[in-house]
Design a protein around this ligand. Structure first.
Ligand SMILES: [Zn+2]
Length: 124
């Protein structure tokens, strides 16, 4: 048993994705708080020492009504964007920005709209 498996970090529910953040590869792992204690009080986690971004598989489990599957999918995408923003700030050594959850959440929420605006005017 490796150190990682003892910490519950090698039992992802899905095959990990990788994303390159400013030259550093981060693994994106969808898992649950049962397998990954770092998700006990959060739906997402950005690990700066192991470069792992964790996404809670059961996020949104308490939501009822509406198109729950669509909401789950969109919420997981939002969580993924949020944690990737943390990774960008971490790799940029912008620690004050990284600790600012309001800023990180704002970027995660608004980025799709910003991208659309940039694309509309050929600014990207
Ligand atoms: Zn955060």
């Amino acid at each position: 048993m490796s150190d990682k498996s003892m910490l519950g970090m090698t039992n992802p529910k899905h095959k990990p994705e990788k994303v390159n953040i400013l030259g550093t590869d981060y693994e994106i792992i969808e898992t649950t708080a049962n397998d990954e204690p770092r998700l006990e009080n959060a739906d997402g986690w950005c690990g700066y020492y192991d470069n792992q971004i964790l996404i809670e598989s059961n996020a949104f489990k308490h939501h009822q009504g509406g198109d729950v599957e669509l909401l789950k999918t969109e919420y997981k995408k939002f969580i993924k964007r949020h944690e990737i923003c943390h990774a960008f700030f971490n790799e940029s050594a912008l620690d004050d920005y990284n600790r600012n959850e309001q800023l990180v959440t704002w970027i995660a929420r608004q980025f799709p709209k910003m991208l659309k605006a940039f694309e509309q005017v050929d600014a990207i």
